[in-house]
Design a protein around this ligand. Structure first.
Ligand SMILES: [Zn+2]
Length: 84
């Protein structure tokens, strides 16, 4: 993410780069992703992400007030939650 020294939109404080984490199967840790369209599930109850645009999420956190700003720019591999 090319955003050198971004400032908080709420208070003007400094922002630090990070990401949101999710728990995957068997306690593995996965970075959250942005997926295009409304949330829908397959007949197995998993998120249906087949054929959708998927991006990795970069979260910037303000060190002063805690405000989070999210960017979803880099294309990411769609998690294997779709119908096989
Ligand atoms: Zn702030």
């Amino acid at each position: 993410m090319n955003q050198p020294d971004p400032k908080c939109a709420k208070c003007g404080g400094s922002m630090v780069e990070g990401y949101s984490i999710d728990k995957g199967h068997a306690n593995t840790a996965l970075a959250s992703r942005w997926v295009e369209g409304p949330f829908e599930t397959t007949m197995w109850g998993n998120a249906d992400t087949k054929g959708r645009d998927c991006r990795s999420i970069t979260l910037w956190r303000c060190v002063k007030c805690g405000f989070l700003e999210a960017y979803a720019i880099e294309p990411a591999e769609t998690p294997g939650f779709f119908t096989p």
